[in-house]
Unconditional design. Structure first.
Length: 480
RNA sequence: GGCCCCUUCGUCUAGUGGUUAGGACUCAGGACUUUCAUUCCUGCAACAGGGGUUCAAACCCCCUAGGGGUCACCA
């Protein structure tokens, strides 16, 4: 019973990592780390049409970005490899032959037209599943020979048992599929490649996978796969069908709901830990009730007993909030590193590192996504400052404004340098001198210095800008 | 349509027969403050419907409705 836990994530390389698949990967990984078992990456590339090497690479990259590592996989090897299905064809052949030999599978020579006819006939009877009538189940050698001479390339079908198939899913509970709801399905295509329901079983069996954790869209594939395990005489693994992730309209999450690739979220400036934290909370919850959970806590606490059965809507607002929490908790050095690419990409002329860190720190608590750093800091890197909105213009057109500006400029001349403390002192003096205070005092200066009515604390801005820049900006504001 | 799965605030969820049904996001209001934001406080808001079982049901059973998935030589 105390068999080693071995789980796998088995994406097909037909694009970059989808958010739904990423969630499956995350739960598998969390479970493996929680139990001290192994997490295996397997590439299911039997769909020759759609699979590509680039997709495989991008999946590795996205997984690495998330911080998910695997113990066995195409790139790192392992004792039950190879880990790319197209490199395992000899194994599928071997087991196909076994099934053919022990009578659990057979060659079917039906043409597309014949198949279509059967499908129509079944449809007329109100059946859409189990439409294949099993007509080639017991072909004689002579019949097979005749078909071959016609040039027909057979597929291999599994004899699906005429009985209920019941299994216990550790998230859904006991579920049974009644006999007759599935027909003899194809396990090997006419070109010799295995189909998903066959290859997955051969691989999971040979790779000693103990728990098959996947999206519940695979629930209805499970009886087929169990039939393969049984035909092979293999032990059936434990299944865990996790609920799907839905879009805001409650349909399966897809492109039309916006970004659905992990890459998209990475580019927008979401942090991997925040994304993992958020996604782990989709259909799972910590017994503590806490929501901001470190990866370590996630690993410590993750358990299928707390995975819910119902699907969850991907709530981007909450992800953004959570990402903001993570950004705020970042050390400034780290945050600056992460923001650097966005800033460089924006073409900003960046100051030396220590100054840059100060600048980034200024807007740290305003960020929900790293990408936003570009707009938040636009006023710092702009060539000139102009009031950005009508309201800003109004602030600067107030009667008391020029008084404030002149007073400010006079005070500025009295100091060698401008910094946080001196600025506060100056503002106090300006207020006393002009009698202007509060909003009317601060807003004009804010607009003069940043062009906007919202932004970071002014003393911080001034501290970074320094005396000369402030002087120039206020002087030019006087001419508006 | 057949089969399978699911159903607590708008969203994510806690809850396993006795709770004022709790928390989080969002939203609204307030406090703080030179603005925004942060932070803190307050508030709005839910057991899909109908039958049972029981002294007692969000929790157990049945039915209905709704949602999702799946019915390929895709995975």
């Amino acid at each position: 019973m105390s068999q080693e836990t071995r789980v796998r994530f088995a994406p097909s390389p037909t694009g970059s990592l989808h958010i739904g698949n990423a969630r499956t990967a995350i739960l598998n990984w969390l479970f493996a780390r929680h139990t001290g078992g192994s997490f295996i990456l397997r590439i299911e590339d039997t769909d020759l049409e759609r699979s590509s090497k680039e997709s495989e690479e991008s999946i590795y990259n996205d997984l690495h970005w998330l911080g998910i590592n695997w113990d066995e996989g195409p790139d790192v090897g392992g004792k039950v490899g190879p880990y790319r299905q197209m490199e395992r064809t000899h194994l599928y052949e071997e087991y196909t032959n076994k099934l053919l030999a022990n009578g659990h599978a057979y060659h079917c020579f039906c043409t597309q037209d014949e198949l279509e006819e059967m499908r129509q006939k079944a449809l007329a009877e109100g059946k859409t599943d189990a439409w294949y009538d099993g007509r080639h189940r017991n072909l004689t050698t002579a019949q097979k020979q005749a078909f071959r001479e016609e040039g027909r390339q057979p597929v291999v079908r599994l004899k699906y048992p005429d009985q209920d198939i019941t299994f216990i899913d550790i998230v859904k509970g006991e579920t049974t599929f009644p006999a007759g709801s599935t027909g003899d399905f194809v396990i090997v295509r006419s070109d010799g490649t295995p189909t998903y329901n066959f290859a997955a079983v051969i691989d999971d069996g040979l790779m000693k996978i103990s728990h098959v954790i996947r999206g519940d869209d695979h629930l209805s594939n499970t009886p087929k796969q169990i039939a393969v395990y049984n035909a092979l005489g293999w032990k059936v693994p434990i299944f865990a069908h996790i609920p799907m992730i839905l879009g805001p309209d409650k349909s399966r999450l897809s492109k039309r709901h916006g970004a659905t690739s992990v890459r998209g979220y990475a580019d927008a400036g979401f942090l991997p830990d925040a994304l993992i934290n958020f996604m782990s909370l989709l259909s799972w919850s910590s017994p503590s009730g806490d929501e901001i959970l470190s990866i370590q806590r996630l690993i410590d606490e993750f358990d299928f007993s707390r995975v819910s059965k119902s699907p969850a809507v991907f709530n981007v607002e909450k992800l953004e909030w959570m990402n903001g929490m993570y950004i705020r908790s970042l050390a400034i050095e780290k945050l600056t590193d992460l923001c650097l690419p966005y800033l460089q990409n924006a073409g900003y002329h960046l100051p030396e590192r220590s100054v840059l860190e100060q600048i980034v720190a200024m807007v740290q608590e305003n960020l929900e996504r790293l990408k936003e750093i570009v707009e938040k800091l636009e006023f710092v890197f702009a060539d000139k400052v102009i009031p950005a909105t009508a309201e800003a213009v109004r602030m600067i057109e107030k009667e008391s404004t020029s008084k404030v500006f002149w007073s400010f400029l006079r005070q500025l001349d009295k100091v060698e340098q401008l910094d946080f403390a001196r600025f506060r002192q100056i503002m106090k003096t300006v207020s006393e001198e002009t009698g202007v205070m509060g909003k009317d005092l601060w807003m004009p200066l804010r607009v003069a210095l940043t062009g906007q009515i919202h932004g970071p604390d002014l003393p911080k801005v001034v501290d970074i800008f320094g005396k000369e820049r402030c002087k120039k900006l206020v002087e030019s504001a006087l001419n508006i």
